[in-house]
Design a protein around this ligand. Structure first.
Ligand SMILES: [Zn+2]
Length: 433
């Protein structure tokens, strides 16, 4: 299994290494990025003064709104150097474009190569990709490039299509899956209904993207348990985003996603952009290393999580990120309790008869947050609102309002127009955090 040398070094050596890379990045931004040249000037930053990771705190953060409002000004190369265009949903509706050069694609391949290695994947493995490869997504492409660099086999099936997934598993005998974890119970359901012996299919592991599979103490959450109770496969969580162009993937220890110091500098900040201590939730704030077309400096991702610094049993000394507990903009103040939607999803996933759901939040007459869960239930399988509310109170101390619908009607709410991803959270609040 490949572990880059730097990841086994001491935290002090890793810090020195990152500071050297930071001092290379700043002149590159000054010279090539219109946005950062303006940013340094406006904030009276002399980049020569920024030498350590602590000095970095002197540079104001970059926000999603900056990226949206001045998208083109982030581009550091000419159009003729761009190989691939990726988009990500912006804060103001319009998509934000991320252009990538040939070197950026190579960096992306390396990132997934070391991430899959971290999850114990070798050239002996064959992975079935249950993710979108096109539609201007970065993720599917990144997994493909990384597995290819690793020398593993790849089967590009794409998302959904249970029948084709199993036909492909039967034909090519993959050893692993890359998928959103909530798709796995759907696969199991399909297999059970159609008499497919999924337990002896040869699948040993799944790299789980986009949704958490663990609680903050690293035990499996409801979704994680739901999968492994039925199917004895090993789950690895991975956390990534287009803006980072980097993944935090778990090793065999399953104790958070490992930071790769050669790819990215990561900070965890509070609401006032001060660093939080270990044991406190903080907003993941990143500075990309080695990105050519659209590097980012102190970019606030909006993702809130805990970080862990003690060395890992796998031999890596890098920081580990716990599951994303929520998005900053989705933070709810509900009946005196601070909540993030994933905690609500976790409770709903535990209730057998609920097939799908949409959560709607709005401002009530008192000016505080109110939560309505629209739940899609299988016919006659209702457990009743009271049971569900009791479940919520037991887990979260508070209970939202519940309304029942047919699953097909929820599906329509989840995919209005041509949405690429299902919508499970609708924010109708007057003021958002
Ligand atoms: Zn580890």
């Amino acid at each position: 299994m490949f572990i880059p040398d730097i990841e086994k070094r001491s935290p002090e050596e890793i810090k020195i290494y990152q500071e050297k890379r930071l001092r290379e990045l700043l002149p590159y931004l000054q010279e090539n990025s219109t946005f950062y040249r303006d940013h340094f000037k406006k904030n009276h930053i002399n980049i020569g003064d920024i030498k350590t990771l602590e000095d970095l705190a002197g540079i104001p953060v970059t926000t999603k709104d900056d990226l949206q409002n001045r998208n083109d000004d982030f581009l550091c190369v000419g159009r003729n150097k761009i190989v691939d265009y990726v988009t990500t949903s912006g804060t103001l509706g319009e998509p934000v474009t991320f252009a990538m050069t040939d070197n950026d694609l190579e960096r992306l391949a390396y990132n997934e190569y070391i991430s899959f290695s971290c999850a114990g994947v070798t050239e002996e493995d064959t992975f079935q990709l249950m993710v979108t490869m096109d539609k201007r997504f970065m993720a599917g492409l990144a997994y493909y490039l990384g597995l290819r660099k690793l020398g593993a086999g790849i089967i590009r099936v794409g998302p959904g299509l249970q029948e084709l997934q199993f036909e492909s598993i039967k034909r090519y005998h993959p050893t692993g899956l890359v998928t959103v974890p909530s798709f796995i119970p759907k696969l199991i359901d399909y297999a059970e209904k159609n008499g497919i012996d999924y337990k002896n299919s040869g699948i040993k592991k799944a790299v789980c993207i986009g949704e958490p599979i663990r609680n903050n103490d690293f035990t499996l959450n409801t979704l994680g348990k739901k999968i492994t109770d039925k199917w004895d496969i090993k789950l690895y969580s991975t956390y990534a985003s287009t803006e980072m162009g980097t993944a935090f993937t778990e090793c065999d220890a399953g104790r958070g996603g490992h930071h790769h110091p050669e790819m990215i500098i990561v900070e965890f900040l509070d609401e006032n952009n001060n660093p939080v201590k270990e044991g406190e939730p903080g907003e993941v704030t990143i500075t990309t290393l080695g990105v050519e077309a659209m590097p980012l400096l102190r970019f606030k991702t909006g993702d809130i999580c805990y970080h862990h610094t003690e060395p890992c049993s796998c031999g890596r000394n890098t920081i580990r990120l716990g599951p994303v507990i929520g998005r900053k903009q989705q933070m709810l103040k509900f009946k005196g309790t601070t909540l993030f939607p994933p905690a609500i999803y976790d409770v709903l996933n535990e209730i057998e008869c609920i097939e799908n759901y949409v959560i709607e939040v709005y401002t009530n007459d008192l000016g505080t947050d109110e939560i309505l869960v629209r739940a899609g239930c299988r016919d006659n399988a209702h457990v009743g609102k009271k049971t569900i509310k009791d479940h919520f109170r037991a887990k979260l101390r508070v209970a939202p309002e519940i309304e029942f619908y047919a699953p097909k009607d929820i599906l329509k709410m989840q995919f209005p127009a041509d949405n690429r991803k299902p919508i499970t959270f609708i924010d109708k609040r007057k003021e958002k955090p």
